[in-house]
Design a protein around this ligand. Structure first.
Ligand SMILES: NC(=O)c1ccc[n+]([C@@H]2O[C@H](COP(=O)([O-])OP(=O)(O)OC[C@H]3O[C@@H](n4cnc5c(N)ncnc54)[C@H](OP(=O)(O)O)[C@@H]3O)[C@@H](O)[C@H]2O)c1
Length: 309
């Protein structure tokens, strides 16, 4: 039988979006509210009021629901409710994400686990829950919000990069696995977005016990954090424009596996592709802010050194 005979594209597709309390997710929820979709906009319980305060209101085609993507019970309960009400999810947008800012040596196992659970394990678990319905109707879309950090890594962002590299790898596998079922998988790759989300960066638990000043890596943080904040400030791309790119991708007949969502993402993609690896890494290293002064005479090599001063 030809595949087209089996395809049942929904007239008013059901969209589930994660992390809609701020930034890209919030802009996407507002945009979707005006379109002919049935929408489930989700946020962690603690952020639901923030979502309501933004002017989003529930109606028969627009639901606001609690979802912490790291919580299996919440994922299962929500999917059961959607299946009962609307049959299942036709489009999943895995947008929720967090970003730790810490060098490898100063991440704790607990921090690593939360970073991976939020940006990789949770989205994959949610994806597993929506696929059976999409396969059954031979139509579906999984859109994973990745990052330029999913193709390049920066110092102090190791765990975040690892989570996005993992998301990229799994999504690429899934793209092959789902193609025969007419389920399209897309990675949205924003670079720097003009938003306040850098204020949401997570600090390693290490810094609950000692100050950044006591870190042998203090100059890394002193240089990298304002540098990233500055690049975000300079960016012309807003959460609204990324949301527009996501909606455009949702509406395409054959969405591609990867979509760059900011101009710098396109530049980094080209640099990565065209430059020989050693040249690329050395170029980026030399572009790091103040890198020649990251270790100077006064830098403690351990936290004990600081205590002795
Ligand atoms: N901002 C950038 O420059 C940039 C660049 C590249 C990629 N991205 C990616 O774009 C996506 C959206 O980021 P954004 O810039 O809009 O950041 P944001 O404003 O910090 O939004 C992140 C959202 O994720 C939610 N979230 C965090 N942990 C969650 C959990 N366990 N369960 C459910 N929701 C959770 C947050 O909700 P709470 O309010 O509950 O914390 C918030 O709504 C992320 O995947 C991010 O990695 C952002």
């Amino acid at each position: 039988m030809r595949q087209s005979c089996l395809v049942r594209k929904p007239v008013s597709p059901v969209v589930l979006v994660t992390g809609t309390s701020s930034g890209v997710g919030l802009a996407l929820a507002h945009r979707l509210a005006k379109l002919p979709y049935r929408v489930v906009a989700t946020a962690r319980k603690t952020s639901l009021d923030q979502l309501r305060a933004s002017g989003l209101h529930e109606d028969k085609n627009f639901l606001l629901r609690p979802l912490d993507v790291t919580c299996a019970a919440e994922r299962v309960a929500l999917l059961a409710e959607i299946a009962e009400r609307w049959g299942g999810v036709d489009l999943l947008v895995n947008n929720a994400g967090i970003a730790y800012s810490a060098v490898v040596e100063e991440m704790t196992e607990e921090d690593e686990a939360l970073q991976q659970a939020t940006n990789y394990l949770g989205p994959m678990a949610l994806t597993r829950l929506v696929l059976p319905h999409m396969r059954a109707q031979r139509w579906g879309r999984v859109i994973n919000v990745s990052s330029v950090s999913g193709m390049m890594a920066m110092p102090t962002m190791s765990s975040y990069s690892a989570s996005k590299f993992a998301l990229e790898g799994a999504s690429e596998s899934l793209w092959y696995e789902m193609k025969p079922w007419n389920v399209c998988v897309t990675l949205i790759q924003p670079g720097f977005i003009h938003s306040s989300s850098f204020q949401n960066v997570y600090w390693s638990k290490v810094f609950a016990e000692r100050s950044v000043e006591a870190s042998p890596y203090r100059a890394y943080y002193k240089n990298m954090r304002p540098f990233i904040a500055r690049l975000m400030n300079l960016s012309m791309t807003t959460p609204e424009s990324v949301a527009k790119t996501i909606v455009h991708t949702m509406q395409r007949c054959r969405p591609p596996l990867r979509v760059s969502a900011t101009p710098d993402a396109r530049i980094f993609y080209l640099l990565r592709r065209l430059l020989p690896r050693a040249v690329y890494h050395n170029f980026l290293y030399r572009s790091l802010p103040g890198v020649s002064g990251w270790i100077d005479e006064g830098t403690p090599s351990s936290t004990q050194d600081v205590a002795q001063h």
